[in-house]
Design a protein around this ligand. Sequence first.
Ligand code: CA
Length: 232
Amino acid sequence: MPRVLVVEDEQDIAGLIKHTLERTGDASVQTVGRGDEALRAVAELAPDLVILDLNLPVLSGTEVCRLLRQRPETARVPIIMLTARTSEGDRVSGLDLGADDYITKPVSLRELGARVRAVLRRGRGVDPARTHVYRGARLFADFDAVSITVDGFPVRLTRREFELLQFLVENRNRVLSRDRLLERVWGYDRFVETRSVDVHVGRLRSKLGAVGAQIETVIGLGYRFVDEPAAT
Ligand code: CA
């Protein structure tokens, strides 16, 4: 069973998350209440997922995230951040620091369960950074052969659109900020505006037809490719 570490100093929230995930049998959950304890617990437990509150005593969630990402042994542990609904800046910086997803407070338990399952599913599969072939319910993409089809029909993409799709699919079910997309797909060309990401996503969506809806706009943050796996 996957191990989840919850880092939250508000005990009733931590307890609620633990209860929810353990009741549905999704995970076994450990909780700690301070940032410095979180670093120690991650080293000892090697959790499959860390749910990390931003407002913590001793060491903030942002610092914990930064430190976990810096250390090679914890650089790849999935992190879901808990943030206040009002602080969009926190969410953006959390994602830029390498958090995989975020959940806003007050926590919706149904949303929490869904996000946790999505992140754990992704972690169990092959290394997402090495996706060469993606088989979805409608989208088939062979990134080595530069071949994209939707419902069996080939789709012609420009090089940028192709790279954008590849990066979104490699990071499926994960929110990518416009800045990360820009950096990854356009490199460090500082004459490109973040708005051009929106333009390219718009074109990519319309070329992908029915699959276009799987590229979700996450308001104020960026985009997420929602996985729709092929039936097995
Ligand atoms: Ca807190």
